[in-house]
Write a protein that binds this ligand. Structure first.
Ligand code: C5P
Length: 413
């Protein structure tokens, strides 16, 4: 997404550097437009280095590119953080005496203001009237947080934390795009990785953190769906507003999924399900065995049996019920690519084999995808449309793209 980060002249400008990083680490393309006053708090080299782009405050730099019009026209999101009382007043009255205010007049995308100022300035009727005007025009004006201000005083006026602002920005973009688009639908998402116990202390497991499944559940909730998250050993907290069914093993996950999908509109199998489990479970801890002379270094042999393929089972059950394309069934594929084919080729073959409607394929390795905050995925559709590649991007961006595709599928049927 092409983002313009406007920074006006307040002490909270330093927090905007963290917000900028949050955007760039999620794969967004960010142009920073500070005001002259903002540069007194955080200098242009910081913005240029963190965004990887030149920085200007006036309309006269690079004038052949007509920046005062182009930057706003091309933006998909403009966020001003911090927004001072002065900047809010200028935006509300349509002034355009520098690059940021000109950009605000040319932008036709969602605009988010994150005010930060002293409590008296925030509560002043002039500021409140400007905020009301901006909101009436469709902009998002984030409520400032209450707490310690620059001096010893405290009250409403603090810039919210970067993570909160980032979420507000995604929500604002969602307002233009998907928010409410899953209203009234029931969605089941599996997340995490199953653990197959060997004895009371050991298990066979995998590296899945559950971050992608949690992001999918959160995004579905944000779009208005009623969400059930079937969660296997998550390393991250479940999002609020969703119903969580906790499971440990593949067999437990199969039981939970089968029960939950009965009246679901969409099922997303994001969990990393173990394909095998130990044939037998030792009720007490498996011991090292030693010969009397200490020479025995033998190790137990663990026999494995196949676990059910939950995704394939869901597809089979739907066919048996004859319920057409309800629920829409989405699979994930973690592929490394090998001699038999590229990630995309292997994923296309898997989509056909599993019979699901969409398959989200990502490239995995020890340091990629599992447990990471960003990934690159290819979304493949059973109706033969070309694969859509997303990323490298944050898992929330991937989640939004996956729900966009699912939304298209729901509308088509
Ligand atoms: O065959 P593979 O494990 O690569 O397929 C991955 C997809 O199948 C994922 O959507 C995963 O959740 C699902 N799966 C499953 N049951 C298994 C193994 C994988 O539902 N036993």
């Amino acid at each position: 997404m092409r983002v313009v980060l406007g920074v006006s002249g307040g002490i909270a400008a330093y927090k905007a550097a963290s917000l900028l990083r949050r955007f760039t680490e999620s794969g967004h393309d960010v142009t920073v437009v500070p005001t002259e006053a903002a540069l007194r708090f955080v200098g242009a080299p910081t913005w240029a280095a963190l965004s990887g782009k030149p920085v200007a405050t006036d309309v006269w730099t690079g004038v052949d590119q007509v920046p005062h019009v182009r930057i706003g026209q091309q933006a998909q999101l403009v966020v001003v953080a911090p927004a001072t009382a002065d900047l809010l007043a200028k935006a509300a009255t349509g002034q355009a005496d520098d690059l940021l205010t000109a950009t605000l007049l040319t932008a036709r995308c969602p605009v988010v203001f994150a005010p930060a100022m002293h409590t008296e300035m925030w509560l002043h009727p002039a500021t409140q009237a400007n905020v009301a005007t901006l909101r009436a025009r469709g902009a998002t004006v984030v409520e400032p947080a209450a707490g310690r201000l620059t001096g010893a005083d405290s009250g409403p006026g603090r810039l919210p934390e970067p993570e909160e602002l980032y979420a507000a920005c995604l929500a604002a973009v969602g307002t233009a795009g998907g928010q409410g688009s899953l209203q009234g639908l029931r969605v089941v998402v599996s997340a995490g990785g199953t653990r197959e116990p060997l004895d009371p202390v050991r298990f066979l497991g995998n590296r899945s953190s559950g971050k992608q499944g949690v992001a999918l559940a959160a995004e579905a909730r944000r779009r208005g769906a009623q969400v059930v998250l079937v969660a296997a050993n998550l390393a991250v907290p479940a999002p609020s507003g969703v119903t969580v069914r906790t499971v440990e093993t593949a067999v437990q996950m199969e039981a939970a999924m089968t029960a939950e999908v009965a009246d679901a509109d969409v099922v997303v199998m994001c969990a990393a399900v173990a394909d095998f489990r130990p044939r037998s479970y030792a009720a007490t801890k498996i011991k090292k065995t030693h010969a009397a002379d200490g020479s025995d270094d033998s190790a137990p042999v663990i026999e494995l049996v196949r676990n059910p393929d939950i995704l394939a089972g869901l597809v089979r059950d739907r066919a048996r019920r004859g319920s057409g394309l309800r629920p829409v069934i989405v699979g994930f594929a973690a592929e490394t690519g090998d001699a038999s084919g590229s990630v995309l080729e292997l994923a296309r073959a898997k989509l056909t084999r599993k019979g699901c409607d969409l398959l989200v394929a990502n490239e995995v390795g020890v340091d990629t995808t599992f447990g990471q905050d960003s990934s690159t995925v290819h979304i493949l559709s059973a109706d033969g449309r070309p694969a859509r590649t997303v990323g490298p991007a944050g898992k929330d961006v991937v989640a939004a793209a996956v729900w966009d595709e699912i939304g298209g599928r729901l509308r088509a049927h």
